[in-house]
Design a protein around this ligand. Structure first.
Ligand SMILES: [Zn+2]
Length: 224
């Protein structure tokens, strides 16, 4: 059998294939999958995490990319978040995007343009359980839905409706901040003031990012 014989060439190709195996779909990062989104049907992406982990920045980055691709984008956020300018979602690092302030989850559908392809929702933890069905209907109608929200409250308890949204989402991103105490990845939001309210609006000075070891759940039980 000579070097140029078909069977030898076949063996070479086989060896090359074995030495560079394709990455299984399940092992690819969400970012890789995001570059090949589903065609012809909608889907839900959830960006969940603690404070200072970059949720809003991740949301703005994805929405901006969609806008650059000339897709029709609408962005919504609940009225409770009035830390910065009212008509924008703004990240801690001052990235911002024009948005519509809503009082209830179903305001999204009431104000939705028929041609909108991508729907961004920030601070979803303030929109109650109704946001789950709204997201399902938006995705069922063929739209890409990108939802960002705080997945744990100041006691480290799951913050509804984020657990339900995480369960129904096709894609999940959980960015972590950096623990202010020890520098490890931080998945918790440490409250620094004494308050029994589940929500204290604002972030700088009121909360800091902490890891599991450095996080201290607030000793005061909430009154509601
Ligand atoms: Zn730590």
């Amino acid at each position: 059998m000579g070097l140029g014989s078909p069977s030898f060439i076949f063996r070479i190709f086989k060896t090359v294939e074995i030495s560079t195996p394709k990455t299984p779909e399940t092992l690819k990062t969400p970012q890789t999958l995001m570059e090949r989104p589903p065609q012809h049907h909608g889907y839900i992406e959830v960006i969940a995490g603690g404070m200072f982990c970059g949720k809003t920045e991740a949301l703005i980055t994805r929405l901006r990319r969609a806008l650059i691709a000339r897709q029709k984008v609408q962005v919504f956020k609940p009225r409770i978040d009035d830390r910065y300018e009212k008509e924008y979602i703004v990240s801690h690092s001052q990235m911002k995007l024009e948005t519509m302030v809503i009082d209830r989850a179903d305001d999204i559908e009431r104000n939705l343009h028929p041609e909108t392809e991508v729907v961004g929702i920030d601070e979803a933890q303030f929109l109650g359980h109704a946001i789950i069905e709204v997201c399902q209907r938006l995705a069922d109608s063929g739209r890409r839905v990108i939802v960002a929200g705080l997945d744990q409250d100041y006691r480290g308890q799951p913050f509804e409706p984020m657990p339900q949204l995480l369960a129904i989402a096709e894609y999940i991103t959980k960015p972590q901040a950096i623990c202010v105490v020890c520098g490890n990845p931080a998945n918790f939001s440490q409250r620094l003031i004494a308050s029994e309210d589940r929500v204290v609006v604002g972030a700088e000075g009121l909360y800091e990012a902490r890891c599991r070891r450095c996080f201290v759940p607030h000793p005061v039980e909430p009154s509601t």
